[in-house]
Design a protein around this ligand. Structure first.
Ligand code: HEM
Length: 503
C-alpha cells in the first residue's frame, strides 16, 4: 500500500513538475552550477590582479591589451596591482612580472624557453613553428637556434664592425649629396637602411632595393604587432586581417626571391666562400634534408628584420638623446678622440669605449625599444612564493623593471646610472639565459660602430619642439598603431663646421 501510494505520488509529481516549473529552470540551474564553479575558481587565486568576476575580468583584461597596446596595458596592471600580477589573454592565465628576482628566475630556467601568441596570428605571418623569434615548438626551436648563434658570433661578429663603418659612411655620403647636410632627415628610415644593408652584407649577400625592402619590413612588423594577441574570432572575418596577411606575404615573397638568387649563385659558384654565410648554411641544411624550404625562408626573413626592427630604433633614440644632452655628447667625443682619433673604429677599440658603452646602456634603459619579453611556463613551478601552473603565459615587463630598482636616477637620463657596475639581475635589455637575444653581442658591436662613425662626422639637432618627450611609444614590440607619431626628422650637421639649423 505504501509503495503504491508512493508510486502514485511520484506519478503525480512528474506530471505536475513540468507544468509548475518554467522551461528556463534547467538552464538556470546549469548557469548557477557554472557560477558556483567560477566563484570557487576565483577564490583559489592568491596572485594580485583583476577579479575574475564571472568571466567578465578575462574579457576586460584581453580587451585592455588590444585597446591600449601591450606595453601600456602591462604598465597599467603593474601600477595598479604591483610587480607580480595575474590577468588573462584569450582566457589563458597570464602573469605580468616586473620584479627583478622573478624576472631573473624566468629568464634563467629552461622551463620557460617557449613564448606565447595567437597561433592563427603567427600562422598568418609565417612564424608559427618556423623561424626562431616566435617559434613556440621547443624541439624545433632548439634545432634552429645554433644556426643563428653561429652566424652572430665568432668571425661574423668581428667582420660586422668594418661592414657597419663602411655602410654608415656610404649612407652619409649619399645623404650629403642629396641634402648638403642641412635638410631634415628621417632618421629612423636612415638607420633602418643602414641596418638592413649591414645585415644583408653579412647574412645573405644579394643586392637589394633598400627603400622598398625597408617599407615591407615596417609593414610586416605592423602586421606582427597587430596579430600577435588577436582572439581567434578575428581570423574568422577575412576583411579584418586581409591587409596584414598581404603585408606578410609581400615581405615573404621579396625574401623568397632573394633566397632563390642565392641558391642560383651557390649552385654555379666554382668555389664557396669561407666561412659560409648564414643563408648558405641554411640552404645546405635544406639540401641535406635537415630543414624545410619554408623554414629556411622564415629564418632568413627574421635575420634580415631583426636589426632594422630593434637596433635602428635604438640608434634613433640615441641620436635624439644626444641632441638633448650636449654635455653627454661632449664626454663621448672626448673619449672617441682619445681612443680612436680620426681613423675608423676597429675591434680592439670596443673594450676601451666605456663612456660610449654606458651611453648605449643608459639609452636602452631610459628609452627601450623592447620593453617586454613573452614566455610560457612549460612545467609547474613556484616563483617568489607564487604557484605558476604549466601553460601559464608570462610577460616580463623589463622596461618597468629597469626603472624600479638599483639605479640612482631611475626616471632621468643620466650616465650616473651606470657609473657603478650594475648587477645583471637589475638590467637585462637583451634578456638572459637560454632564450635570450641571440644577437646581443653583435648588436652592441653594431651600435658602437655605427654611432661612433656617425659622431666622428656629424652632429645632430632635433627639429623644434620635437624632443623625446614628444615621442609616444615608437617601441616596436609594444606599440599601439595609433601611437606612431612622426617624430622622426632631425638635422644632421657636419662636425667640422659650425653650421646650424638657423643658418
Ligand atoms: C638594440 C638591439 C636589440 C635589442 C634591444 C634586442 C632585444 C631582444 C630581446 C629582449 C629579445 C627576447 C629575449 C628573451 O626572450 O629573453 C630578443 C630576441 C631575439 N633577438 Fe634581439 N635585440 C636586439 C638586436 C638584435 C639583433 C641585431 C639581432 C640579430 C641580427 C637579434 C636577434 C634576435 C633573435 C633571433 C631573437 C629571438 C631569440 C630566440 O627566441 O631564441 N636581436 N632580442
Amino acid at each position: 500500500m505504501i509503495l503504491e501510494t508512493l508510486d502514485l505520488m511520484h506519478d503525480k509529481i512528474t506530471r505536475v513538475v513540468p507544468e509548475v516549473m518554467p522551461a528556463a529552470t534547467v538552464p538556470i540551474l546549469l548557469l548557477m552550477c557554472f557560477l558556483f564553479l567560477i566563484w570557487n575558481y576565483e577564490e583559489t587565486s592568491s596572485i594580485p590582479g583583476p577579479s575574475f568576476c564571472m568571466g567578465i575580468g578575462p574579457l576586460i583584461s584581453h580587451g585592455r591589451f588590444l585597446w591600449m597596446g601591450m606595453g601600456n596595458a602591462c604598465n597599467y596592471y603593474n601600477k595598479l596591482y604591483g610587480e607580480f600580477v595575474r590577468v588573462w589573454i584569450s582566457g589563458e592565465e597570464t602573469f605580468i612580472i616586473s620584479k627583478s628576482s622573478s624576472v631573473f628566475h624566468v629568464m634563467k630556467h629552461g622551463k620557460y624557453i617557449s613564448r606565447f601568441g595567437s597561433k592563427l596570428g603567427l600562422q598568418c605571418i609565417g612564424m608559427h613553428e618556423n623561424g626562431i623569434i616566435f617559434n613556440n615548438n621547443p624541439a624545433l626551436w632548439k634545432e634552429i637556434r645554433p644556426f643563428f648563434t653561429k652566424a652572430l658570433s665568432g668571425p661574423g661578429l668581428v667582420s660586422m664592425i668594418a661592414i657597419c663603418v663602411e655602410s654608415t659612411k656610404v649612407h652619409l655620403d649619399r645623404l650629403d649629396d642629396v641634402t648638403a647636410g642641412l635638410e631634415n632627415i628621417n632618421v629612423l628610415n636612415f638607420m633602418r637602411q643602414i641596418t638592413l644593408d649591414t645585415s644583408n652584407k653579412l647574412f645573405l649577400g644579394i643586392p637589394l632595393d633598400e627603400n622598398a625592402l625597408v617599407l615591407k619590413i615596417q609593414n610586416y612588423f605592423d602586421a606582427w604587432q597587430a596579430l600577435l594577441l588577436k582572439p581567434d574570432i578575428f581570423f574568422k572575418i577575412s576583411w579584418l586581417y586581409k591587409k596584414y596577411e598581404k603585408s606578410a606575404k609581400d615581405l615573404k615573397d621579396a625574401i623568397e626571391i632573394l633566397i632563390e638568387q642565392k641558391r642560383q649563385r651557390l649552385s654555379t659558384a666554382e668555389k664557396l666562400k669561407e666561412p659560409m654565410d648564414f643563408a648558405s648554411q641554411l640552404i645546405f641544411a635544406q639540401s641535406r634534408g635537415d630543414m624545410t624550404g619554408d623554414n629556411v625562408n622564415q629564418c632568413v626573413l627574421e635575420m634580415m628584420i631583426a636589426a632594422p626592427d630593434t637596433l635602428s630604433v635604438t640608434l634613433f633614440f640615441m641620436l635624439v638623446l644626444i641632441a638633448e644632452h650636449p654635455e653627454v655628447e661632449e664626454e663621448m667625443m672626448k673619449e672617441i678622440e682619445a681612443v680612436i682619433g680620426d681613423r675608423d673604429i676597429q675591434s680592439s677599440d670596443m673594450p676601451n669605449l666605456k663612456v660610449v658603452e654606458n651611453f648605449i646602456y643608459e639609452s636602452m634603459r631610459y628609452q627601450p625599444v623592447v620593453d617586454l619579453v613573452m614566455r610560457k611556463a612549460l612545467q609547474d613551478d613556484v616563483i617568489d612564493g607564487y604557484l605558476v601552473k604549466k601553460g601559464t603565459n608570462i610577460i616580463l615587463n623589463i622596461g618597468r623593471m629597469h626603472k624600479l630598482d638599483f639605479f640612482p636616477k631611475p626616471n632621468e637620463f643620466s650616465l650616473k646610472n651606470f657609473e657603478k657596475k650594475v648587477p645583471s639581475r637589475y638590467f637585462q635589455p637583451f634578456g638572459f639565459g637560454p632564450r635570450s637575444c641571440v644577437g646581443k653581442f653583435i648588436a652592441m658591436v653594431m651600435m658602437k660602430a655605427i654611432l661612433v662613425t656617425f659622431l666622428q662626422r656629424h652632429r645632430v639637432q632635433t627639429t623644434k619642439g620635437r624632443g623625446l618627450n614628444n615621442i609616444q611609444k615608437i617601441n616596436d614590440l609594444s606599440m599601439h598603431p595609433k601611437e606612431r607619431q612622426p617624430l622622426l626628422e632631425m638635422f644632421f650637421m657636419p662636425r667640422n663646421t659650425d653650421k646650424h639649423q638657423d643658418d
